[in-house]
Design a protein around this ligand. Structure first.
Ligand SMILES: [Zn+2]
Length: 156
């Protein structure tokens, strides 16, 4: 399940997500940390869970829709963030294509969580277009470097 196209910090994030070891606000609350609210820091509409923050929160949803459109991957699966990060495409795609897609999906999840943290710790709000361009730049940089795709171009 490892994907060598992304940095270790992204793999670690995916592993922690799979194990339910990301510290959402309700998890901190359970550990006795005094919080004003356990609602999503981005939208304040729902209790913060991994599936909410990384998948169904307005910001996350807008980001995933843009990414799936950009890759022409159809509609965003809604069965859960763990399944989504697994990166099964359900489409005929080359091994290299699959590695790149998986790397891209994982980088996206990592950066969506990072945008959540920036809201919590720096009160900085990301817009979906800003987040998507950050995801595009980082994924391109990481995947091109680690897959040694010297000739990869933006339009590919
Ligand atoms: Zn939310």
């Amino acid at each position: 399940m490892r994907n060598s196209s992304v940095p270790k910090k992204v793999e670690l994030f995916v592993w922690r997500t799979r194990k339910g070891r990301i510290l959402t606000l309700p998890e901190l609350d359970k550990r006795g940390i005094d919080l004003n609210s356990v609602c999503c820091p981005i939208c304040d509409d729902d209790i913060e869970t991994l599936d909410h923050s990384l998948l169904s929160c307005k910001l996350a949803k807008d980001i995933w829709v843009k990414i799936f459109e950009w890759w022409n991957m159809g509609s965003v699966p809604r069965n859960g963030i763990r399944e989504l990060l697994h990166g099964d495409t359900g489409q005929p795609i080359s091994d290299l294509g699959k590695t790149i897609w998986q790397g891209f999906i994982r980088t996206s999840g990592y950066l969506i969580w990072k945008s959540r943290n920036e809201k919590v710790f720096k009160n900085k709000c990301w817009s979906a277009p800003a987040a998507v361009s950050e995801i595009q730049v980082k994924s391109f940089e990481w995947i091109a470097k680690r897959c040694k795709l010297k000739n990869i171009e933006w339009h590919n």
